[in-house]
Design a protein around this ligand. Sequence first.
Ligand SMILES: Cc1cc2nc3c(=O)[nH]c(=O)nc-3n(C[C@H](O)[C@H](O)[C@H](O)COP(=O)(O)OP(=O)(O)OC[C@H]3O[C@@H](n4cnc5c(N)ncnc54)[C@H](O)[C@@H]3O)c2cc1C
Length: 312
Amino acid sequence: MRLDNRETIGFDALIIATGVAPRRLPDSDLAGVHVLRTLDDALHLRAALPTGPRVVVVGAGLLGTEVAAATRTMNLKVTVVEPEPVPVRRPFGDRIGALVGELHRDHGTRLRCGIPVRRLRGAAGRVTGADLGDGTTLPADVVVLALGSAPATRWLTGSGLRLGDGVECDALCQAAPGIYAAGDIASWHNQRFCTRMRLEHRMNATEQAMAAAGNLLGDAEPFAPVPYFWTDQYDTRIQAYGIFPPDADVRIVHGDPVDGYFAAAYGHHGRVVGVLGWNTPRRVRTSRRLVAERASWTALTDTPALRSATVN
Ligand SMILES: Cc1cc2nc3c(=O)[nH]c(=O)nc-3n(C[C@H](O)[C@H](O)[C@H](O)COP(=O)(O)OP(=O)(O)OC[C@H]3O[C@@H](n4cnc5c(N)ncnc54)[C@H](O)[C@@H]3O)c2cc1C
């Protein structure tokens, strides 16, 4: 392996853990345009926010919505732009996405869903706004790009490893003999869910690193976790165990969205594949076993469906 300074390092075994890099838009180098990945990014953004009251967040995934919530609590005027019809659609699906949208609107954050940002506008090297797909322009003093990330695989081009959505590995997190990957960059086959996945969650990075190291040392243990992540938005904590396919059946197993707390289960191909808690940490933790055991969905089909009508 060769470093930038031309030094060469030999290895008997290798773990690749170079993570991801944030996606950007053309004109991202205008002053006032931020991404959020490193501590420096966070410090720059914090210093910039008080300089202008109009904040545009591009992208309503987990990061974009968390930035919007944090920024709104600073009493700034925040607009989130997202091409999907609801926020956090990719991690949670339409119905929870609609609830998260409602939460943001209740706190005074403006959502422009179903519309992409076409380009950023600037004057004298500083951002002044964002042109949207519907022909309108949103004025902005600060723009935060939360467009997702791309696996940092460029340095592996020509290495002979399979690079798809990340470094492609088998169930043991092995990409090639003696070469393993872990964390945000690793795409591996999770046998528990019979599917390939790549996760960008801190807990996964830690657990997968330990699994990859163990396998490198001869454990030969498939890495088959129940994925876990959480997001804090205003005073709401959403915790999620498992996977959340867009075509899953979603049912309420505890509480009620109108009361501000509930747990929902996601059913797919006859099995419980995910549980999500909305301000119910204890309940969702105990429901995790339904996912771990791949419980039959049949027992839950008489629980109320999380209907779109409930959330719109
Ligand atoms: C703002 C933000 C908030 C987040 N919040 C949460 C949260 O609430 N909960 C949660 O579960 N997860 C959260 N995450 C995700 C979590 O941080 C990541 O899943 C985790 O950091 C992944 O760890 P990693 O080691 O795979 O990658 P990283 O932590 O990204 O580390 C990769 C390292 O590799 C280095 N690198 C890249 N290319 C090269 C190269 N060619 N040579 C050498 N080194 C290289 C990078 O500089 C970096 O230091 C958040 C992420 C961000 C950006």
